[in-house]
Design a protein around this ligand. Structure first.
Ligand code: NDP
Length: 260
């Protein structure tokens, strides 16, 4: 009871402020993750941006956060690696003292029809998209339970709900994230830790730019809103979940009406 009362009172005072909160955004150096990191920072959260290979991109996001008057730091870590993901969380706690919000956003595609899909392409996608959320979440869960506050937000995909041609590996990883979200939410609901997913449709990032133009045109034709989504539109949903204390185990669809 006291967790609820404290959170409500705090929210009444702070409105949509994330002042004093510390957030990790995996894959926060580009695309959707970068938009999420900037949005969280603009609301006062101290933000750790994780990247894998492109330090230049992470530095660019840090510069923008600085321009917003926010606080951020970037740590390199391959989140498909258990030890590196745990080091990311340890570095965050060393630097900012705690973790309140974990956004599991890092993800890759290795699209191939199943007949041609190699074991390596299967494993790479499962490791980066799905095993990574076990790695990072297992590192934050005890500190979050101890402080009786946590927001874990997993960036899944419409493909995890509806499937996708040439995407058995990606769809399996993203559907797995939804099952993980609902199960962990049950375990932590009474302890102040919410666990939710956001399922984007097709969003204008480098990941989508890799798709053949013709395929993309066909997809946009099927989207009721007749356009791709913007990264800021995903960040909005993450911010909403980061601020909410009574939504857990849910998957918020942000897809222009493509999957209902
Ligand atoms: P981008 O390809 O634009 O960015 C991917 C980010 O993930 C980069 O910051 C990259 O870092 C990081 N990353 C990749 N591999 C690793 C790794 N092993 N360890 C740590 N970080 C890693 O992707 P999007 O912004 O498009 O997608 C973000 C998330 O949203 C993904 O999970 C994706 O599946 C999901 N999504 C995207 C959709 C879209 O239409 N774009 C639709 C539905 C879901 P670096 O640059 O250093 O490699």
């Amino acid at each position: 009871m006291s967790i609820i009362q404290n959170e409500s009172a705090q929210k009444l005072q702070e409105g949509l402020s994330l002042e004093g909160k510390v957030a990790i955004v995996t894959g926060g150096s580009r695309g959707i993750g970068a938009a999420i990191a900037k949005d969280l920072a603009s609301k006062g959260a101290k933000v750790v941006i994780n990247y894998n290979a492109r330090k230049d991109a992470a530095d660019g996001v840090l510069f923008e956060i600085d321009q917003l008057g926010g606080s951020g730091v970037a740590f390199q870590a391959d989140v498909s690696n258990y030890d590196q993901a745990h080091a990311l969380v340890e570095n965050t706690i060393d630097y900012y003292g705690k973790v309140d919000i974990l956004v599991n956003n890092a993800g890759i595609t290795r699209d191939r029809t199943f007949k041609k899909l190699s074991e390596q392409e299967w494993n790479e996608v499962i490791n980066v998209n799905l095993n990574s959320i076990y790695h990072t979440t297992s590192a934050v869960i005890n500190p979050m339970l101890e402080q009786q506050f946590g927001r874990i937000i997993n960036i899944s995909s419409i493909i995890g709900q509806a499937g996708g041609f040439g995407q058995t590996n990606y769809a399996a990883s993203k559907a797995g994230m939804i099952g993980f979200t609902k199960s962990l939410a049950l375990e932590t609901a009474s302890k102040g830790v919410t666990v939710n997913a956001v399922c984007p449709g097709f969003i204008e990032t480098e990941m989508v730019a890799e798709m053949p133009e013709k395929v993309l045109e066909q997809i946009v034709g099927k989207v009721p809103m007749k356009r791709l989504g913007q990264t800021a539109e995903i960040a909005d949903a993450v911010l909403f979940l980061a601020n909410n204390s009574y939504i857990t185990g849910q998957c918020i669809n942000v897809n222009g009406g493509l999957y209902m």
